[in-house]
Write a protein that binds this ligand. Structure first.
Ligand code: 4NP
Length: 157
């Protein structure tokens, strides 16, 4: 059977989208669905290409037994052809993804969505950027994402 491919996208690809990616992978493992999916993350910006996720996010995730292993990359026009779903963390990412797609005249049928459209417990309409804040912001992002990433998986499986 053809795999379902999912790309999570934020600004820097070092905090929110790598966390969403790792939470999604962990959920797939728990549900025995790993083989049916291709999962990745990317940033709309280029500042952190090649870097591992922010250590504050990695440490917060490890406390929940979630390992963030990805290295940052920037979204490319091919992503619109290679992924079934491109999932933005906030409204600005969502607009930037659409602008990028139009600017690069990318073909492809990727469905572009916002992760918080799949929320059920938390009311946040966007995943707040934790980068310039304190440690508690990273835990809050994980709380929000554990809810909405689960909702996203349920919506497609
Ligand atoms: P992210 O967070 O988009 O969740 O990876 C950010 C990381 C870095 C920057 C901004 C947001 N930055 O300005 O470098």
């Amino acid at each position: 059977m053809k795999k379902i491919s999912v790309l999570f996208v934020c600004l820097g690809n070092i905090c929110r989208s790598p966390a969403a990616e790792a939470i999604f992978i962990s959920l797939l493992e728990k549900k025995g669905l790993t083989d049916g999916f291709i999962v990745d993350s990317a940033g709309t910006g280029s500042w952190h290409i090649g870097k591992r996720a922010d250590s504050r996010m990695r440490i917060a995730a490890e406390r929940r037994d979630i390992n963030i292993l990805s290295k940052a990359r920037q979204i490319t026009s091919e992503d619109f052809e290679e992924f079934n779903y491109i999932i933005a963390m906030d409204d600005s990412n969502f607009r930037n993804i659409q602008d990028f797609k139009n600017r690069t005249a990318s073909a492809g049928f990727a469905s572009i969505k916002k992760i918080q459209d799949f929320r059920s417990v938390f009311n946040e309409q966007e995943v707040p950027d934790p980068y310039f804040g304190g440690n508690e912001g990273f835990d809050y992002v994980l709380d929000i994402l554990e809810d909405s990433v689960n909702g996203f998986l349920e919506s497609i499986s």
